[in-house]
Design a protein around this ligand. Structure first.
Ligand code: MN
Ligand code: MN
Length: 281
């Protein structure tokens, strides 16, 4: 999907406001990368574009050192989380042990989802950016436990094909020297089930990973760039362990979520890679 998006400048305006708030938090105290060419804050985690849909009223853009996301206050979780992944993100840090954390960088008046909202719900606190993918410093790891990076996932999915795709991405980034740009989030029905104080439960999940060579960026994406894309059911029943059974095109995901992904990739290239479902393997 390529279309004019007038709401994008509102999102950017909002992101400035939210980033002011981030400056007060321990986790987000470091300055964001600024692209001198464009003159606006440009996070590496948004290098392939800021996913946007037709309604920006439920998109609060949070740009952190460790990842970027669009938070939906009506659903109590992210619309999407977007992050860069390469070998530098893996380190010696042990997994944080403690309760998942309310995200205090959200604007005043927005409910901060709490660890307890998931208690007894029957759903895992499902990481979008996986804990293991941010193990270079304790701050990086703890940031993945902010509840703005978390959505309710069935254990069958979280420990099944979702984990399998995480492991594939980690292998590419960590052992095979690749540069990944990843986007993940939920897919919702019109009236989703709700847990705790207003955390909507997705019907399904999506994940897209664009696989480049280390150091490459959006200008290096071609029609032969590998793109992993999958859509998984969020169900309490046994699902295939392998993620490849759930491969779809990026176009199918865009249609399901209503967001334009990979929007900063050249439009002819974008159209081509989004229409293709990876085969084989
Ligand atoms: Mn998980
Ligand atoms: Mn697109």
């Amino acid at each position: 999907m390529a279309r004019i998006r007038p709401q994008k400048r509102w999102l950017l305006a909002l992101s400035w406001g939210v980033c002011w708030a981030c400056g007060n938090s321990k986790i987000d105290g470091r300055p964001h990368h600024v692209d001198p060419g464009s003159g606006r804050a440009k996070s590496v985690h948004l290098a392939l574009g800021i996913p946007t849909d037709r309604d920006s009223s439920d998109d609060l853009l949070l740009v952190k050192t460790q990842y970027a996301l669009s938070y939906n206050p009506r659903r109590g979780g992210p619309n999407w989380v977007s992050w860069n992944l390469n070998a530098s993100h893996f380190g010696p840090v042990k997994r944080y042990r403690g309760k998942f954390l309310p995200d205090e960088s959200l604007p005043a008046g927005v409910y901060r989802v709490r660890h307890e909202d998931y208690l007894g719900s029957g759903y895992d606190r499902g990481h979008m950016v996986q804990s293991e993918e941010r193990t270079a410093t304790p701050e990086d790891n703890i940031a993945t436990f902010l509840l703005t990076n978390i959505l309710p996932q069935t254990h069958e999915l979280n420990a099944g094909p979702w984990l399998a795709l995480e492991e594939e991405c980690n292998s590419l980034a960590r052992s095979q020297g690749k540069e990944l740009f990843v986007i993940a989030g939920g897919i919702y029905s019109e009236a989703p089930a709700v847990i705790g104080q207003g955390v909507a439960v997705p019907d399904a999940y999506f994940k897209v990973a664009v696989v480049l060579e280390r150091g490459q960026g959006p200008a290096d994406v071609t029609t032969s760039t590998r793109v992993l894309a999958a859509q998984f059911p969020n169900v309490h029943q046994e699902v295939a362990k392998s993620w490849v059974a759930y491969r779809v095109s990026v176009d199918a995901i865009e249609q399901a979520i209503g967001y334009d992904l990979l929007s900063d990739i050249d439009s002819a290239v974008q159209q081509s890679i989004e229409a293709t479902v990876e085969r084989g393997r």
